[in-house]
Write a protein that binds this ligand. Structure first.
Ligand SMILES: [Zn+2]
Length: 261
């Protein structure tokens, strides 16, 4: 049984996490650590086309796990990866926000399972967020088998390299004993998060930043000059940057809260 599987590029547009995984892979190879496998470009054709879905079947790979060996390209890729992942003791899947948005580093998993919660504490990034999760995601499906599994989201466009650097350091500190230790922070567990997706299309201008706290009802930005508010107090995980907004495939912010009420 191998120990840790690190993946990225399940969504081909998330180039920042692909680059981070390549750096992690370089470190692992230089130390010759056979218990770790890093796959930076899981969805290679999507990565080459810098698009979220696989260009052959236009499916979101992270909705079709555990896959189907006789299915479409995405379903076959999911099947192959899932069969591999079953032989690992834990799974880390790296993602970033898409273009025109960014987020602070956070771990996303089903925290109601103790093994996922413990895994988050060992990785040691500051923010861990609960999700029941949409079916068909790698971390949800491996987690169901009892394999500790998390997504790490961080950064967005190129200028958010610092966030991705933190992810690299956290993952390598976990995997390599003598890697420079990141400053250890206590992990904060958030039991709920929501993406704010106003129905109106238009121009968005943020008034808050990812990493800031927001009060209930406080404006987080302007959409077509009108205030967009949260209906609960919380911590802003991610924000859209200034620009055009479309409710079809975007949200303007993701906000997490520690209380369940
Ligand atoms: Zn993603």
């Amino acid at each position: 049984m191998k120990k840790t599987l690190v993946t990225a590029g399940i969504h081909g547009s998330e180039i920042g996490s692909v680059l981070t995984a390549r750096e992690i892979k370089g470190w692992i190879e230089s130390r010759d650590l056979p218990d770790v496998e890093v796959i930076p470009e899981v969805n290679l054709e999507a990565v080459e086309n810098k698009q979220r879905e696989n260009p052959r079947d236009e499916k979101d790979l992270n909705r079709v796990f555990p896959g189907n060996e006789d299915g479409t390209r995405s379903e076959r890729t999911a099947h192959q990866l899932f069969q591999k992942a079953k032989d690992f003791e834990r799974v880390i899947d790296l993602h970033t926000y898409g273009k025109n948005s960014w987020c602070v580093p956070y771990m996303l998993t089903d925290l109601e399972k103790d093994y996922n919660r413990n895994f988050c504490e060992k990785i040691g990034l500051k923010n861990a967020v609960q999700t029941g999760g949409k079916e068909g995601q790698l971390f949800i499906e491996t987690s169901k088998l009892g394999i500790p599994s998390i997504i790490i989201e961080a950064g967005g466009a190129e200028r958010y390299r610092d966030e991705l650097e933190k992810v690299k350091d956290a993952v390598l500190s976990f995997l390599i004993e003598d890697y420079k230790k990141i400053q250890e922070e206590e992990t904060i567990f958030y039991c709920h998060y929501e993406r704010l997706s106003p129905e109106e299309e238009g121009f968005f201008e943020p008034k808050k930043e990812a990493g800031e706290e927001v009060d209930k009802g406080e404006p987080i930005g302007l959409l077509n000059e009108k205030e967009v508010r949260t209906d609960f107090a919380g911590f802003i995980l991610g924000m859209k940057t200034t620009g055009k907004y479309s409710p079809d495939d975007e949200s303007v912010a993701a906000v997490a809260t520690r209380s369940s009420s």
